[in-house]
Design a protein around this ligand. Structure first.
Ligand SMILES: [Zn+2]
Length: 344
């Protein structure tokens, strides 16, 4: 995370990059940061702003989002969401203000500049928080920003888009990093389906692990064969693409190495071939073992791509992800080839 922030600041050394960095790379457990950014972007340049001057706009901006999507907090509900629920029933704005003041202001102001486990450097801060005086002292950085009318609109839009991605991701139990918001179509796109890799390149890497044989029938295949030859290596998606349209699987990248095996043409698409079927339990445990092997080997070239494509941090998470994935298919009758040449 750190190198990205540095690149960002050197390539575009202005206050807009600071706000972008905060909004795009900040770790979120709630969407307060977006509400505060949106509030700050509406200010006129000034020396400081008190809690009192800031709170209505801040809460209004949160409430507007909350009404459309209640997933404003990663862990579900908290005291503020309960205060919003109460407000929507009784319309008592004052109670909402009191609750917000008691529970969130300090956290929001102090956490605003945190990015990727650290904070923005002092010279880039947008404000200084003085909790005892209940105010934010605005720095030259933000005042300079507030004078750049053209940029303000761009930043407001970016902040809104990122906000919508985060709340939409939480709603669907996804990591926000797997969603992109397309403003022109008003749609959310899963990054995993746009990030295609060159699948043919998998042959030379994966075939040695299969001892040069088809993953399923164990027949020898020839990495140099032409596509018309019967021993041509097909790159097979162990779990076919079609299954990943299910909402609970949309965050997994089906083109990831974790899901690729090398199969003979017959097994992949011949008579009695696999096509879109789920492979038999025997093969499920084989592919789990293979993926674990890749992630166990400390410097294996595929280790990172296995981890990334499964959104896993380590070996144990790979195991958990794969078990829970296959668990979804356990009621499906598995496929296996009619003839197995060298069943180990
Ligand atoms: Zn085969």
């Amino acid at each position: 995370m750190k190198p990205i922030i540095q690149d960002f600041n050197t390539s575009e050394n202005s206050v807009t990059s600071t706000l972008r960095t905060i909004v795009l790379f900040g770790r979120n457990v709630s969407t307060y940061k977006f509400a505060l950014a949106s509030t700050l972007l509406k200010l006129k340049p000034k020396n400081f702003i008190t809690y009192e001057e800031l709170r209505d706009e801040f809460l209004n901006s949160l409430l507007t989002h909350y009404k459309k999507n209640p997933h404003q907090y990663q862990a579900g509900e908290n005291s503020l969401t309960r205060a919003f629920d109460k407000y929507m029933l009784d319309g008592n704005w004052n109670d909402l203000l009191i609750s917000a003041e008691k529970n969130i202001y300090n956290n929001v102001f102090d956490a605003f500049h945190n990015v990727g486990g650290g904070s923005i450097k002092k010279e880039h801060l947008l404000f200084e928080h003085l909790p005892h005086e209940k105010k934010l002292v605005l720095t030259d950085n933000i005042n300079e920003l507030l004078e750049q009318r053209n940029y303000l609109e761009v930043l407001k839009n970016e902040n809104e888009s990122r906000w919508m991605i985060v709340e939409e991701a939480w709603k669907n139990n996804l990591s926000p990093n797997f969603l992109v918001y397309n403003q022109s179509t008003n749609e959310f796109i899963s990054v995993s389906s746009t990030d295609r890799i060159n699948l043919r390149s998998a042959v030379s890497v994966l075939l040695p692990y299969q001892h040069g044989c088809c993953f399923y029938c164990k027949k020898k295949i020839n990495p140099y064969a032409n596509s018309e030859d019967s021993d041509f290596p097909d790159v097979d998606h162990f779990i076919a693409h079609s299954y990943f349209k299910r909402p609970e699987l949309i965050h997994i990248n089906p083109d990831g190495v974790w899901n690729l095996v090398i199969a003979c043409k017959e097994c992949n698409r011949g008579i009695g071939g696999k096509f879109d079927r789920i492979p038999d339990l025997y093969y499920q445990s084989e592919i789990i073992n293979r993926n674990l092997l890749f992630t166990e080997e400390h410097r294996h070239s595929l280790k990172n791509s296995i981890l990334l494509s499964l959104n896993a941090q380590n070996h144990n998470e790979v195991l958990r992800r794969m078990y829970s994935l296959f668990d979804k298919f356990k009621i499906i009758e598995g496929w296996k080839p009619l003839i197995i040449y060298n069943y180990e």
